[in-house]
Design a protein around this ligand. Structure first.
Ligand SMILES: C[S@@+](CC[C@H](N)C(=O)[O-])C[C@H]1O[C@@H](n2cnc3c(N)ncnc32)[C@H](O)[C@@H]1O
Length: 278
């Protein structure tokens, strides 16, 4: 929550904009905060530094100064790999409120009606159902995931290159707005990529060039045929479902435990015999 506050205040940008490490009084002024808040900002800075996002420089003339660490640079809003938007999305009350209900949920005996802490908080709606009906939060969340994909895609392309050799077609299941697929299609021009996601996420998105296309659908109903399936965020599927997919459907993992071989191209659509309960 301290980090969320720092991001909302624009602290990373203010630290970055200063020529050299910045002091508390200089930050108070750069952020246009009331001078009386200085002791509290000092505590916040200490916490953010302790978490590894700021470096605390040796006291020069008894003045503490701060600069961004490499992790802190990821919080800058103009960083293409910005992680601040993901932070703001996951710490939005829409997603944090349900955690306040978890103990009550554990104690309740009506689990078989499918209620989750999220649905108990949000009028009975499951998370993706909620997003389909709340475009403002869905945009915040989808943009955050898209930014995250830029960072992860670069690592995957660099470190996991060999896993894609011989893959002519790939479907990114629950691929969001398609940044991962676009990055893979760019890195492997011979591979055609399909992004499967729910209609409210992909409808209206333009196919990204010759080798990226979007398919609106439900992964629990069918998945377009392809050489390989990419599941970037496994916890989209509940913990019980993941082994089910590996064992019953594909059996063999190709890459960073989220790319799964589904056999030869041209297979008929694959069904996942699982249900999500997020
Ligand atoms: C945590 S996001 C991950 C998005 C993307 N894979 C990424 O890592 O940036 C989970 C995605 O799963 C999608 N999703 C949830 N249930 C789905 C379903 N039944 N069928 C297809 N997509 C689904 C959501 O719309 C959302 O885009």
């Amino acid at each position: 929550m301290s980090l969320k506050c720092a991001v909302q205040l624009g602290l990373p940008e203010a630290v970055q904009a200063h020529s050299g490490p910045i002091s508390l009084p200089e930050l108070i002024s750069a952020l246009s905060l009331p001078p009386a808040k200085a002791p509290y900002l000092h505590r916040l800075l200490r916490l953010v530094a302790h978490s590894g996002f700021l470096s605390l420089h040796n006291k020069l003339n008894d003045v503490e100064r701060y600069s961004l660490t490499p992790a802190g640079q990821l919080l800058l809003s103009d960083n293409p790999y910005n992680a601040g938007s993901l932070l703001l999305a996951v710490l939005d009350p829409v997603l944090t409120e349900p955690f306040h209900r978890m103990s009550a949920w554990f104690r309740s005996e009506n689990d078989d009606d499918g209620t989750t802490p999220f649905s108990a908080t949000h009028g009975g709606k499951m998370v993706w159902e909620y997003m389909a009906m709340e475009p403002e939060f869905a945009t915040l969340f989808n943009d955050a995931m898209a930014r995250d994909s830029c960072l992860i895609a670069e690592v995957v392309v660099k470190e996991g290159r060999s896993a894609f050799e011989g893959v002519g077609s790939l479907v990114d299941v629950a691929g969001g707005t398609g940044n991962m697929a676009k990055a893979l299609a760019k890195a492997f021009p011979g591979m055609s990529c399909t992004v499967l996601d729910l209609p409210h996420v992909v409808s209206g998105l333009e196919d990204g060039g010759n080798n990226v296309k979007y398919v609106a659908g439900d992964m629990f109903e069918s998945i377009p045929a392809a050489d390989a399936v990419l599941l970037k965020v496994l916890n989209v599927i509940n913990q019980l479902a993941v082994p089910t997919i590996r064992v019953q459907t594909y059996g063999h993992t190709l890459c960073f435990n989220q790319l799964v071989n589904i056999g030869s191209r041209g297979d008929s659509n694959t069904r996942l015999p699982v249900q999500t309960r997020l």
